[in-house]
Design a protein around this ligand. Structure first.
Ligand SMILES: NC(=O)c1ccc[n+]([C@@H]2O[C@H](COP(=O)([O-])OP(=O)(O)OC[C@H]3O[C@@H](n4cnc5c(N)ncnc54)[C@H](OP(=O)(O)O)[C@@H]3O)[C@@H](O)[C@H]2O)c1
Length: 366
């Protein structure tokens, strides 16, 4: 009797029947994320005009998905280049900004193994869309890390520290007592190169931009382990190597900047030396004298982490991330950061764009 009256109702009110069956399915299997507050851009262009903070609706957490509550994510130069549309690989628009960060597992899909709510994870290799409060992605994206890691280091450990680590390993064999030279020494990559080199007994010669307060900056870099720090104007001399007192001529140099700063790195290199370019902060080209090739036989190389981390490196890079996070936890890998609440995104962006002069790395906290 009860069944027949229910069928009768369904026949009379098909829309009601549909609503009820949907409701039942939703309660039994569909898990949704919370809504997410996100930095979105609908077209590429100047980041300060094309980005806006919006609320995105909940999305389904499928059986192999993990929903992450983001804790922190930096604004890196490459994030800016992706939004500008000048980075070689960039997400399709509309897109959420950000590429690395750290978050806490909020919920997991029914088939997910090895992760539980409360665990800390980073996307590894990094992947787009970290500037939002909740991210839902496949289990394979996430690497579980030690929860005792300082949050801001966990958020920033891949793009820059891993670049520094790889560049010290991948070009020439360096032995304790050797020296390297670099420009852009105040960048996070630069600060990591100083410390990772020192950890291996390798000396560093560092070049920074001229600025007010350069003595204080030099002191900070020396405290990290830099042997020598010069401003670009200090190197306007005929024989830059004459400025080195007890250091060997470097065989390896790193170029973060281009333009004159790159020429200065080349001047320090010894016969047969190699300069690795990984950044172009000045947006100026590298000019190399003919004599550098003929008489010094210098080599010019490049490094791009995103290419290095092609998917077959996923398993290789995770132990390196753990190694770097261990160093950060021990206080042996440090770099300057400013933590900024997500609500102040546009102020942090202005600082990252250099509108307010030299600033520490901006790290958004959620
Ligand atoms: N190839 C790769 O795989 C790879 C990986 C990671 C990073 N990168 C690149 O490495 C570079 C540094 O990244 P980061 O995140 O470590 O940097 P960061 O911490 O954000 O610091 C920015 C650095 O750039 C310098 N800078 C800013 N504007 C400049 C200008 N107009 N002229 C000269 N120098 C300028 C700053 O010097 P001041 O202190 O004087 O302001 C500072 O040293 C970027 O170009 C980034 O894209 C490349």
């Amino acid at each position: 009797m009860a069944f027949s009256s229910w069928s009768h109702l369904r026949l009379r009110l098909p829309h009601l029947a549909r609503t009820q069956s949907l409701t039942v399915r939703a309660f039994s299997t569909t898990v949704m994320s919370p809504p997410s507050k996100a930095v979105v851009y609908d077209r590429q262009g100047p980041p300060d005009s094309v980005t806006r903070v919006v609320e995105l609706p909940p999305v389904e957490v499928k059986e192999n998905d993990v929903c992450i509550k983001m804790l922190a994510s930096p604004i890196n130069p490459s994030d800016i280049n992706r939004i500008e549309g000048v980075y070689p690989v960039r997400p399709q628009v509309p897109a959420v900004g950000g590429y690395e960060g750290v978050g806490e597992v909020f919920s997991v899909g029914s088939a997910v193994k090895g992760l539980s709510p409360g665990d800390w994870v980073i996307p590894s290799p990094p992947s787009s869309g970290t500037w939002q409060t909740y991210v839902v992605k496949d289990r394979s994206v996430w690497h579980k890390i030690n929860k005792e890691s300082p949050m801001e280091y966990a958020a920033t450990i891949t793009v820059n520290p891993l670049t520094a680590l790889r560049m010290l390993e991948d070009f020439i064999t360096l032995n304790p007592g050797d020296a390297i030279v670099q420009n852009g020494a105040t960048s996070i990559v630069g600060q990591c190169i100083i410390q990772l080199a020192r950890y291996r007994g390798i000396h560093s010669i560092n070049i920074i931009r001229d600025r007010a307060g350069s003595d204080e900056v030099k002191e900070k870099l020396k405290n990290l382990g830099a042997d020598e720090v010069f401003t670009e104007s200090q190197l306007e001399v005929k024989n830059v190597k004459g400025l080195l007192t007890n250091l060997p001529e470097p065989a390896l140099g790193f170029n973060c900047v281009g333009g004159n700063a790159a020429s200065l790195v080349l001047k320090f290199l010894r016969q047969g030396g190699t300069m690795v370019t990984y950044g172009g902060m000045s947006k100026k080209p590298i000019t190399v004298s003919t004599s550098s090739f003929i008489f010094k036989d210098l080599s010019l190389r490049g490094f791009w982490l995103q290419k290095w981390m092609s998917s077959d490196k996923t398993n290789e890079c995770r132990p390196m991330i753990d190694y770097l996070l261990d160093r950060a936890r021990e206080g042996k890998l440090k770099y300057e950061m400013e933590l900024v609440p997500f609500n102040d995104f546009h102020t942090a962006l202005d600082k990252a764009l250099g509108k307010l002069g030299s600033q520490p790395k901006q790290v958004l906290t959620f």
